[in-house]
Design a protein around this ligand. Structure first.
Ligand code: GMT
Length: 379
């Protein structure tokens, strides 16, 4: 099939998922056209089935806010018509679902063709931004007008029905991970630099937004440091980073915490990590935690949103209520003091992540697409 994929090209989970999906579909022989304002960060391969179309947003002195959605819809029209796309798959409702609706109507008027639009809901497009009154009517309309809607977890599906008058079926297709990529041997030299005395290594990765509760990560680690030597790797960047770095200095643990900024080689960093901390206020799914599990890191997280659909209490990790720093610290300390338990849980995390392997999830998307195939054979 010829599939158009629209996503945010940045480090966020929705962009990562959409890019990995497109790459896997291209490997399966589909022609994949990415339509984004920038080359997606994980689109770092050469594949003759992959095409990238940049959305250019010309500016004009009159525009305080350049009309990105109009430029995006126009680029979609151009790509659909010139590359004869079979369908559009948009990731993150705002503004991708409404731009897709507009593009669909334009193509219909010009050619009579009804191009199917599939919208995948990822999380904050529903739970934070989408609910805002400023966006809600357009979000509701464009979700309802999509030909198929998927959500990355059961929790997100439930949240969507709770918050928006959606009258269509939302299908749950869980996020996935390429287990083969993350199941890597640790690079000894890297481990030695980070933890020269064999200290345990903890890690957190996010966009450092309030919803991630990054200060809880630091406080959990500070409690652990009182009990035993350890190191913490903080991966990613975002608005909360300066305050987090300040907290680390205030708590006197700056010798043991490294801020690595945005990183592409997540598999190498995860491979040396024993524990992954994700105490978020909300996660529709928690793709970063799943990638950590595939790399054999035990996940200590909150029990918010879809995290309970991937982290298994006492088996692959441990979960506590949002903000319960004490419970998350106690578990971390007990775990890291017990080598046998740590080894068992690391293996269990890996085995559980295998259920979400890319090989199991891609066919679900292909099955969904095949419902919209035109008369010619698919692929
Ligand atoms: O976590 C973020 O703030 C980024 C956001 C995104 O859209 O890139 O992530 C959301 O989508 C991911 C991929 O489906 C999910 O794994 C994250 O849990 C979800 N984030 C939230 O719900 C806060």
């Amino acid at each position: 099939m010829k599939i158009g994929i629209v996503c945010y090209p940045t480090f966020g989970g929705s962009g990562v998922l959409a890019t990995e999906l497109g790459k896997a579909l291209a490997d399966e022989g589909h022609q994949v056209h990415f339509i984004t304002y920038q080359q997606p960060v994980r689109l770092n391969v050469f594949n003759t089935n992959i095409f990238y179309h940049e959305v250019r947003v010309p500016t004009y002195p009159l525009f305080d806010y350049p009309p990105y959605e109009v430029a995006l819809a126009s680029t979609m029209v151009d790509v659909i018509m010139n590359h004869d796309l079979d369908l559009l798959h948009v990731h993150y409702a705002i503004p991708h679902a409404s731009a897709a609706y507009m593009a669909k109507q334009i193509v219909k008027q010009k050619t009579g063709r009804n191009v199917p639009v599939i919208t995948t809901l990822h999380g904050t497009d529903i739970t934070l931004v989408g609910k805002d009154k400023t966006y809600e009517p357009v979000v509701t309309f464009s979700i309802n007008e999509s030909d198929a809607i998927t959500a990355v977890s059961q929790n997100l599906k439930d949240e969507t029905y709770k918050s928006f008058p959606i009258h269509k079926e939302i299908e749950v297709i869980h996020n996935f991970v390429d287990v083969g990529r993350f199941n890597k041997k640790p690079i000894d030299a890297f481990r030695k630099v980070i933890a020269p005395n064999g200290e345990k290594i903890l890690m957190h990765a996010s966009n450092f937004r309030k919803v991630k509760r990054v200060d809880d990560v630091i406080r959990i680690f500070a409690a652990l440091r009182k009990a035993m030597p350890a190191k913490l790797l903080m991966v990613g960047d975002g608005p909360e980073r300066p305050a987090t770095e300040e907290l680390v200095r205030e708590l006197g643990i700056d010798e043991d915490v490294r801020f690595l900024g945005k990183q592409e080689q997540m598999e190498d960093i995860l491979a040396v990590s024993d524990v992954f901390l994700l105490p978020s206020e909300y996660e529709s799914f928690g793709l970063a935690a799943l990638e950590a599990m595939a790399a054999r890191a035990v996940v200590i997280s909150s029990n918010a949103g879809g995290l309970t659909e991937i982290n298994v209490q006492g088996v692959t990790g441990f979960m506590a209520n949002v903000g319960d720093i004490e419970a998350m610290s106690d578990f971390t300390i007990n775990l890291l003091k017990d080598e046998d338990k740590l080894a068992k849980m690391k293996e269990a995390a890996y085995l559980h992540a295998c259920q979400f392997d890319i090989k199991n999830i891609i066919p679900l998307y292909e099955k969904l697409y095949s419902r919209f195939c035109r008369m010619e054979p698919c692929k």
